[in-house]
Ligand binder design. Sequence first.
Ligand code: KIV
Length: 265
Amino acid sequence: MYKRVRAHHLRLMKTQRTPITMLTAYDALTARIFDAAGTDMLLVGDSYGNVMLNYGSTVPVCLEEMVTATRSVAGAVTRAFVVADLPFGSYEESPALAVRSAVKLIKAGAAAVKLEGGRRQQDKIAAVTAAGIPVVAHIGFTPQSENALGGPRVQGRGEEAERLYADALAVQEAGAVAVVLELVPSPVAAQITSRLEIPTIGIGAGNQCDGQVLVWSDMAGMTDRVPSFVKIFGEVGKALLAAAKDYNEAVRSRAFPDENHSFQK
Ligand code: KIV
């Protein structure tokens, strides 16, 4: 276990075949818990928009919102490698814009940034990397392009597999330190993983990737519906509901606060 996970450890973990664990986090409260649990990477994902801001998608999330969430997460972490998402609209236009936006996330405490797209983002990945900022790429289903992709659909089936591999190779050549593969058939993700030098982090991409990422609120049972590739590892939502109900009942019955939880003098 590294004392502090850094960019170069990710490639080492791939060569040593040590699976990399990654969870999303959007605030200090959860970041502290996931860091204490030994999670290698924390992703301040733009899923912040769906999960915390109730936006319905990642598309409306803006850079200022990501900066606030990143500051909160990064300030709470002692070990995990913190990656912050560049939100939609903060990098597509030009390499210069990508660098400007990435610098804001790094100043907020991120150790790396993530952006979506393969070959079409090569120039942005190269420019951000040249600015001294590690980049995690994201290919397969890319939620910021959900309107163009027709919603969350598996990518890289059949003849598309070679195109997906070309994307993976392009981001590696541009300098990415890792690549997220989202909604990719397991055999295709396994092939890409074995052909790349940089680690792959899968989400809905089978167990042969070098690491795995999940949206924390999905894996902790905070939501009613989760995608079919998600496993629920804890019923935190149900525990919180029970705690809030107990609290309400105790207040209404005046059982709380009792004498142990109030000042007599
Ligand atoms: O924003 C996010 O949560 C992500 C994961 C789906 C990888 O990008």
